[in-house]
Ligand binder design. Sequence first.
Ligand SMILES: [Zn+2]
Length: 361
Amino acid sequence: MLDCCAHGDGVAQKASHDVYRDGSQGPSGDSVTNLRAAGRPGVGSVALMVGVDVGGSHIAAGLFDGREFIRRHHVAFAPGSVREDVVEAVAEASSRVTPRQSRLPVGVGMPGVTSADGVVLLAPNLSLWDFPMQARLRDLGLSAHVINDANAAALAEWHSGAGRGARSLICVTVGTGVGAGIVLDGQVLFGACGRGGEIGHMLVMPGGPECGCGTHGCLEALASGQAIARMGRQACSGGDPVLLRLCSDDPRTLDAKMVFEAARAGSRAASQIVEQAAMWLGIALANVVSVVDPEVIIVGGGVALSGEEFLDAVSRSMEASALCRIRMPAVVRAHHGTDAGLLGAAVFAGLSSGVLRGKED
Ligand SMILES: [Zn+2]
């Protein structure tokens, strides 16, 4: 699978690339010609859908045929002060991968709390709140289906990843923050307002460290990459020699990856930090199991992928906190990496429009 990226800054698109599956590059709007010329089916003979993944600094778009992306577009994006900027940027990115004279379903993954009817309730990185993203895109003529990016990642794992074949799953992404999505019988659990599956802000330690949301003791304040780095810095001030060596005696540069490295290098303090973060995540997952009882728990993101020992510790903590330890769901690594949001957005468009009817064969 091919990918490309372009970096830049400014209000909207500054630089971009279009890439076909065979590696050739071409201008916008000629994808039908190129797909047919390359011997691949075009519009009409195969179900196609578009995925768009909106990040705080980029937008990725892809033309998906149910199995893989056959055309991609990636562009730097810095949201301006006008809320409609993101609408225009998404429409433009979508048009760059959509064959001419076709109206395909477009799934849009947004980094924020999003309701089932496509209203972005809160997306701090984009300065959006209570914004009818889906309706705005449909006003422009797009067959848009808007979803939160963590829910999209969960759907991607259900469709063709670590949750393939499962009827229910929770997919947790532990990176800078903690995001999660729940899929039940092929349906994303949005909840009444879009907060379904948001376990990052589940309260697990009342009175604990302050979270970015203003509450004290959320899971995100105890098990995210930022939280692990913060605890690592505290251990540095306690004089931990391994951590101090890894950050070249400058604790301000310490990140979660260094804490994991220090744990592997024998730092007792770093091992305790990793163990504690895994413990809190395991407790949160035990709570989720009590409510949802999923078949499988999928964990992805930079922190989770830092080592098998982390997932093992999460699993032990979850089982220790569970109501019944028999037939507990397995805790497994996510299959899809940074593509999960884009893929899940495309799958969401396919399922919502009826273009996709189930999992990949
Ligand atoms: Zn919080």
